[in-house]
Design a protein around this ligand. Structure first.
Ligand SMILES: Cc1cc2nc3c(=O)[nH]c(=O)nc-3n(C[C@H](O)[C@H](O)[C@H](O)COP(=O)(O)OP(=O)(O)OC[C@H]3O[C@@H](n4cnc5c(N)ncnc54)[C@H](O)[C@@H]3O)c2cc1C
Length: 500
C-alpha cells in the first residue's frame, strides 16, 4: 500500500531525502507535524517529516481524546477559538475520520454542590455550544443536543453516582477520538500515501530556514536534509529548535481504571471541581472498557522531560474530586495506571495556565523557520493548513478539509466493531491476517482483545519499529505498567516474526 510505513520504507526514504532539495521539511510527528506533512504533500509539495522518537511520541498521545466543540473557550469569551474547534470537530466526524471520531455522551450530575443558578448557566453554555454545532454544519444525527435528565435516568446511565440529593443531570454530547495516537498514525500514513517521507527516530540537531542536521537514532549516522521551507511542529520542545519561542507548559494528569472499576458506564462525567467556577474533572470511558479520569492543570518549570511523570498529589487530587459525586469513593489501589502530558501553551501574561490562550500561533523566526504551536488535537488540521500557508506562500490551496484519512469509513465489511473503531476500512484486512494464522489470532494478553495480528499489522503498515511503539502508541496496552510488562514478550515475538 502507498500509505504503508515500515522499516524498509524508512531506510529507503532516508536515502531519498538526502538526494534532493525538498519543498517542505516538517519537524515533529505529533498531530500537528503529521498534519503539516499531510497538508503539504496533498498540495503536491515534496515533503519530509521527521521525529526524534516515534509517531505520537509527545503530547498528542496524552490527551483526554475529546474532539471538542470549544465550549470552554466560549465560556472565556474566545469565540474565534470555539468556532474553529466546532468546525474542525465537524470535519473529523463527517469527512476525514468518521471511524476514529464519534459522538459520546457526558453527564454533569446536579448534586447539592451545584447551585440551580450554576446549573442554568452551564445549560446555557451547552445550548450555545449546540448553536456552534449548527453553525459548523454538523448534523444533530452525528452530535445530539443537550438535555436535562431526571435522577432516575442519570443513575441508569451511571449507576455509581451518589443518589442522595441528586436533582438529575445535564446530558451533553461531544466528539471523542477512539485513540489519539492512532489518529496521528492515520494522519502520518495518509501523508505517506500522498508521497511524504515519514521518518521516525530521526532527531533534528540543528534547524535552519533551509533545512536541518539530523541524526538517525537507530544507527547514529548524521545527515542533512535541505528544504525550501521548514516547519517546526515540536510542541513543548519548540523553543529548543527555534530560539525566541517561549512556552509555559502545563501538566495534565489522567488516571487509568480497569474495566468495571466504576461499574457500568453509559456516559462519561463532567465533575465540577470544588472551588472553581468553570473547571470540571472528566470521567472518560474508553472503548476497551477501561476508564480514564482527568485532568489536572499545573504549570511546570525547568527542562521539558521526554515523558512527564505523575506526582502522587495529582492522583489524590483526582480521586478526591471524583469522590464528590460517587456513592463510594474509588480506593487508590484501583488506580491501575496514570499518565501526564504537557500542554504546549505559549507564554503570555496572565494568571493560571488555565487562563492562557489555547489558540495556536504560527511564528516565523528571523532565519525563516516557521513554528506552529499551541492549539489542540481537535484543531490539528487547521494549524497545519495555517503553517503551510505561512511557510509556502504561493502553494496551491489546502485540500485536507475533505481528504479522508487512511481507514476513513463508518463500517468495515463485517469486521468486529472494535476493530472498525480502530482500523476503519482496514479492519477486514487485520481480521484476515488473524484468520490465516491461529497463532496471530491469539490475544496479546489473556482477557484482552488486542491480537498479535494487530501488532503485526502495525509493524508492516503503521511504522512500528520497536516493542515500545507497539505497546505504547499502536496499542495502548502500555498505559497499565503491569500489562505492559506482561505483553512485552508477545510484542518482541511479533517483531522477530516480521523481520524473518
Ligand atoms: C493532558 C492533556 C489533555 C489534552 N486533551 C485534549 C483533548 O481532549 N482534546 C484536544 O483537542 N486537545 C487536547 N490536548 C491538547 C493536545 O493534546 C495538544 O495540543 C497536541 O497534541 C499537540 O500536538 P503537537 O503535534 O503540536 O505536539 P506533540 O504531540 O508533542 O508532538 C511534538 C513532536 O516533536 C518531536 N520532537 C521534539 N523535538 C524534536 C527534535 N529535536 N527532532 C525531531 N522531533 C522532535 C517529539 O518527539 C514529538 O513527537 C490535551 C493536552 C494535554 C497535555
Amino acid at each position: 500500500m502507498k500509505s504503508s510505513l515500515n522499516a524498509t520504507r524508512r531506510a529507503r526514504e532516508i536515502q531519498r531525502v538526502q538526494r534532493q532539495v525538498l519543498d517542505v521539511l516538517v519537524v515533529g510527528l505529533g498531530a500537528t507535524g503529521a498534519g503539516a506533512a499531510l497538508d503539504a504533500a496533498s498540495r503536491g509539495l515534496s515533503t519530509a517529516a521527521v521525529d526524534a522518537h516515534d509517531l505520537a511520541f509527545g503530547t498528542s498521545r496524552w490527551s483526554s481524546k475529546l474532539i471538542h466543540g470549544g465550549l470552554r473557550y466560549l465560556a472565556r469569551g474566545q469565540v474565534g477559538v470555539a468556532r474553529e474547534s466546532a468546525a474542525e470537530r465537524g470535519v473529523l466526524l463527517r469527512h476525514t475520520a468518521p471511524h476514529l471520531v464519534q459522538a459520546h455522551p457526558y453527564l454533569l450530575p446536579l448534586t447539592p454542590a451545584v447551585s440551580r443558578a450554576r446549573a442554568r448557566l452551564v445549560m446555557t453554555g451547552y445550548r450555545l455550544g449546540d448553536l456552534l454545532r449548527t453553525a459548523a454544519g454538523t448534523p444533530r444525527r452525528l452530535l445530539p443536543g443537550p438535555v436535562r435528565v431526571a435522577p432516575g435516568r442519570a443513575l441508569d446511565l451511571v449507576p455509581a453516582l451518589a443518589p442522595d440529593g441528586l436533582r438529575g443531570a445535564l446530558l451533553s454530547w461531544d466528539g471523542r477520538v477512539a485513540d489519539d495516537a492512532r489518529l496521528v498514525v492515520a494522519i502520518a500514513r495518509t501523508a505517506a500515501g500522498q508521497g511524504a517521507a515519514i521518518l521516525t527516530r530521526c532527531r533534528v540537531l540543528a534547524l535552519r530556514g533551509d533545512g536541518a542536521d539530523v541524526r538517525d537514532e537507530l544507527t547514529g549516522e548524521e545527515f542533512t536534509i535541505r528544504a525550501r521551507a521548514v516547519v517546526n511542529a515540536t510542541g513543548v520542545w519548540a523553543g529548543q529548535l527555534a530560539p525566541g519561542i517561549e512556552l509555559r507548559p502545563s501538566r495534565g494528569t489522567h488516571l487509568v481504571l480497569r474495566p468495571g472499576a466504576l461499574g457500568p458506564l453509559r456516559a462519561g462525567l463532567h465533575v465540577p471541581i470544588p472551588g472553581e467556577s468553570n473547571r470540571f474533572a472528566l470521567v472518560l470511558p474508553q472503548l476497551d472498557g477501561s476508564v480514564h479520569v482527568g485532568l489536572t492543570d499545573e504549570p511546570i518549570d525547568g527542562p521539558v522531560p521526554d515523558i512527564p511523570e505523575v506526582p502522587e498529589s495529582d492522583v489524590s487530587f483526582l480521586l478526591e474530586v471524583l469522590s464528590t459525586v460517587l456513592a463510594s469513593p474509588i480506593p487508590r489501589n484501583l488506580v491501575a495506571g496514570a499518565y501526564a502530558g504537557l500542554r504546549p501553551l505559549l507564554a503570555g501574561k496572565g494568571g493560571s495556565s488555565g487562563d492562557l490562550s489555547r489558540r495556536h500561533a504560527v511564528i516565523r523566526s528571523p532565519g525563516g523557520v516557521v513554528t506552529v504551536v499551541g492549539g489542540k488535537l481537535t484543531t490539528y488540521r487547521r494549524m497545519a493548513e495555517d503553517a503551510i500557508d505561512a511557510a509556502v506562500p504561493h502553494a496551491p490551496r489546502s485540500r485536507t478539509a475533505r481528504l479522508p484519512l487512511v481507514g476513513a469509513a463508518r463500517s468495515g465489511d463485517g469486521a468486529p466493531p472494535r476493530l472498525i473503531r480502530r482500523y476503519g476500512s482496514e479492519a477486514a484486512a487485520v481480521e484476515e491476517l488473524a484468520a490465516r494464522d491461529p497463532a496471530l489470532a491469539a490475544p496479546v494478553l489473556a482477557g484482552q482483545p488486542t491480537t498479535r495480528a494487530e501488532l503485526l499489522w502495525s509493524v508492516r503498515h503503521e511504522g512500528a519499529l520497536t516493542a515500545d511503539d507497539l505497546l505504547d502508541r499502536r496499542t495502548r496496552i502500555g498505559l497499565i505498567p503491569e500489562d505492559r510488562e506482561a505483553a512485552r514478550p508477545a510484542a518482541e515475538a511479533v517483531l522477530r516474526l516480521a523481520s524473518e
